[in-house]
Design a protein around this ligand. Sequence first.
Ligand SMILES: NC(=O)C1=CN([C@@H]2O[C@H](COP(=O)(O)OP(=O)(O)OC[C@H]3O[C@@H](n4cnc5c(N)ncnc54)[C@H](OP(=O)(O)O)[C@@H]3O)[C@@H](O)[C@H]2O)C=CC1
Ligand SMILES: O=C(O)C1=N[C@H](C(=O)O)C[C@H](O)C1
Length: 249
Amino acid sequence: MKIALLGYGKMGKMIEKIALSRNHEIVLTIDQDNLHELTAENLQKADAVIEFSMPATVLGNIKHCFNAGVPIVVGTTGWYDKLDEVKQQCAESDASLMYATNFSVGVNIFFHINRMLAKVMNNYPYYDVQVEEIHHMQKLDAPSGTAITIAEGIIDNLDSKKDWLNVLTTDDRADDQNPLPDQLLIESLRIDSVPGTHTVIYDSEVDTIEFKHTAHNRSGFALGAVLAAEWIQAKKGFYTVDAMFDFKS
Ligand SMILES: NC(=O)C1=CN([C@@H]2O[C@H](COP(=O)(O)OP(=O)(O)OC[C@H]3O[C@@H](n4cnc5c(N)ncnc54)[C@H](OP(=O)(O)O)[C@@H]3O)[C@@H](O)[C@H]2O)C=CC1
Ligand SMILES: O=C(O)C1=N[C@H](C(=O)O)C[C@H](O)C1
């Protein structure tokens, strides 16, 4: 299939490599140096677009794809407060979009088990829970999209947590950054070039249970995004990556 890449940074380049290895063709790559090439005519040369740009540019890019009538896979994080708006625009435009906070198969297995574990932990209220995410220093958003999905999976299944609170530990922690008992702490750390590490920590006075996913590189994210483009090219509608996986227990 023919693929257009909106965002040609760390992820865009890895996606190109994986897409070529699966015999796809890259017909357009966009970064800040050639934004003038981001036209409906150029987008329509592709069967699907894969978008990994920046929180500040993703919404405009989604709109371009809806207007051009080209299915879009969105990997960019940091825009989820606009989800409902985008979902409505997608329906109004009769367009196609799949998004994921994390496209890697391993993380999606992790999401599934995280929800099951949270249900189990309702029976053991003497454990408190928190989430930790570690990423590279260039990351623009905190908490990570993946950490948000993990937190939502816990809040939806563990009665003792009602919402989440993020603390970026490079900052000095202010008084109002200590979570209330019913708030789930998401601690964000930015270290060197870490591709993405997420840990769910259940802690009691006698022991600690840690459930952890470590990405060794970006190729798992990229493969998932290419699989999503293959999946969505002939479909209409607004999808999360869950549509691609079958994790029935
Ligand atoms: N869902 C998932 O599985 C994953 C999501 N991500 C997310 O993907 C996003 C990108 O990550 P990453 O590749 O590491 O980031 P990079 O900073 O390496 O790349 C961002 C790219 O976007 C380009 N860009 C800037 N403005 C525009 C625009 N208007 N249209 C198109 N492209 C533009 C930049 O261009 P220039 O270089 O010229 O500035 C750059 O090439 C982040 O939000 C990250 O959180 C990352 C990994 C996995
Ligand atoms: O910015 C990154 O690099 C990553 N972003 C995604 C996120 O915010 O969860 C996914 C992955 O962890 C890498």
